[in-house]
Design a protein around this ligand. Structure first.
Ligand SMILES: O=C(O)CCC(=O)C(=O)O
Length: 254
C-alpha cells in the first residue's frame, strides 16, 4: 500500500514510485508475452498502444499482488482498467516519447486516469527513462498540443513548448520490476534509446467509474487529432466496485 507520505507525494507531484517490486515470475511472463506479440506483429517492436486488443494474456499482470490496492488508494473504490500499452524502446533505435499529457487524447470525461508504469528493464537516462515535470498536473488543464508526424517520435501529439519548462524535468529512474503511478494531467515524455540496452515499459491505465468512457468522443478524437489508433473499441474491465456513472459500456470488444 502507499504510505500517507507517498499518497501526498502523488497528489503534490503527479507521480509516485512506491516501495513495490513486481514479482520476478510475472516480469518474465511480460517479457515472453511481449516477445510473442512482437513476433506476430513486428509493427509493434517499438511501441504498441493497445496490447489488450491483440492478446488478453496481458490482463494477468493486473492481478499482481497489491497492485490495484494502490490504484484504489488514488482513484477510490470504483474503477476500471481501460487500456494497456507497451513502450518497448529497443536498443539503438527506440524512439523518443514527445512531451505530452495523457488527458489530451483520451475519451474519458471528466478526465481522470491513473497509469501504472511497470519497468520491465532497468530504466535509466541512458536508455530513455520516463521524464516528468513534477506538479505540472495541478492546474487540471489540458494544455495546447500540436501534431508531430515525425518518424523519431512514438506519439503524434506533442505539447507546445511554451506550456512547460524543460529545466524542471525529473528522470524517473527505476530498476526492473519497480513501478511508478502517474496522473492523467502530468506532463511527461522520454528521450530516445540510443544505448545497447532495451528499455521496455508496460502501462496499465485505470479510470474511476465516476467518469464515462465516451466512445463517440473517441471516434471524434481519432478524426480531429488524426490518431493512428482510436479508442472507440477499447474493452473496459471493472476492477473494483461498480459503474458509478451508470453510462459505461463494459461489453466485450474485439
Ligand atoms: O514510456 C514512455 O516513454 C512514455 C510513457 C507514457 O507516455 C505514458 O505512460 O503515458
Amino acid at each position: 500500500m502507499l504510505s500517507e507520505d507517498q499518497l501526498r507525494s502523488y497528489h503534490e507531484n503527479g507521480i509516485v514510485v512506491p516501495d513495490y517490486q513486481f514479482p520476478a515470475d510475472l516480469l518474465e511472463g511480460i517479457k515472453s508475452d511481449h516477445a510473442r506479440l512482437t513476433a506476430r506483429h513486428p509493427e509493434f517492436t517499438d511501441m504498441c498502444p493497445t496490447v489488450l486488443a491483440y492478446d488478453l494474456c496481458f490482463l494477468n499482470y493486473v492481478r499482481a499482488p497489491g497492485l490495484i490496492d494502490m490504484v484504489g488508494q488514488i482513484l477510490g473504490p470504483d474503477f476500471a482498467l481501460w487500456n494497456s500499452s507497451f513502450f518497448a524502446k529497443p536498443p539503438f533505435k527506440g524512439r523518443r516519447t514527445p512531451w505530452h499529457q495523457d488527458g489530451d487524447y483520451w475519451p474519458i470525461r471528466p478526465i481522470n486516469t491513473c497509469t501504472v508504469w511497470i519497468a520491465v528493464d532497468d530504466s535509466t537516462p541512458e536508455n530513455g527513462c520516463l521524464r516528468v515535470i513534477p506538479g505540472s498536473h495541478k492546474s487540471r488543464r489540458v494544455m495546447t498540443h500540436r501534431m508531430n508526424k515525425g518518424k523519431d517520435v512514438n506519439l503524434s501529439q506533442e505539447l507546445d513548448p511554451l506550456e512547460y519548462d524543460e529545466s524542471q524535468a525529473q528522470d524517473i529512474v527505476l530498476r526492473a520490476g519497480q513501478i511508478s503511478l502517474h496522473d492523467v494531467f502530468l506532463v511527461h515524455g522520454s528521450e530516445p534509446n540510443l544505448s545497447s540496452k532495451p528499455r521496455r515499459g508496460m502501462t496499465l491505465r485505470f479510470m474511476p467509474t465516476t467518469s464515462v468512457f465516451d466512445r463517440d468522443l473517441a471516434r471524434q478524437q481519432q478524426i480531429d487529432k488524426e490518431l493512428g489508433v482510436g479508442h472507440q473499441e477499447r474493452t473496459l474491465f471493472l476492477m473494483r466496485g461498480q459503474d458509478r456513472s451508470g453510462r459505461n459500456d463494459f461489453s466485450f470488444k474485439v
